[in-house]
Design a protein around this ligand. Structure first.
Ligand SMILES: [Zn+2]
Length: 137
């Protein structure tokens, strides 16, 4: 069956079904290409010329830089470069709770920031705090 396809730029953090089979998580997206990872094997590569079909499946013209990702544990936050400066740990009604920081992210104190990813437990570095003047690449 012939299906109409259109060029797309995959969305970061979204999982796509490959036309030929398999699920692929978009880790990082660029204009017309994206770093994709097979959610089962963790084979990770840059997909160029991504086309999406009417049924939602995708395929790409070719891929480069294929490798197996070292992280063994899947973490949706870390894989999609979540900005951990939006998280706040504060006392709410006498109990410690994890919340989302509202408004402009500024002046994050050592007391209310998170030190580890709440999803996978990875120790966070400056790069994980983009909103707090953290170095970004
Ligand atoms: Zn994580």
């Amino acid at each position: 069956m012939y299906m109409q396809g259109k060029r797309i730029t995959p969305e970061q953090g979204k999982v796509y079904q490959n036309k030929g089979g398999g699920e692929f998580l978009c880790i990082e997206s660029f204009d017309g290409s994206a770093v994709m990872q097979n959610t089962a094997s963790r084979w990770t590569f840059k997909a160029h010329g991504v086309t999406q079909y009417e049924d939602g499946t995708v395929e790409w013209d070719y891929s480069t830089r294929g490798h197996f990702e070292r992280w063994l544990k899947r973490c949706r936050l870390c894989e999609t470069h979540f900005d951990f400066s939006t998280l706040i740990v504060n006392k709410c009604g006498g109990e410690w709770a994890l919340g989302l920081r509202g408004g402009t992210i500024r002046n994050i104190s050592d007391e209310d920031r998170v030190y580890f990813c709440p999803e996978c437990g990875r120790k966070l570095t400056d790069e994980d705090f983009r909103g707090n003047g953290g170095r970004k690449k």
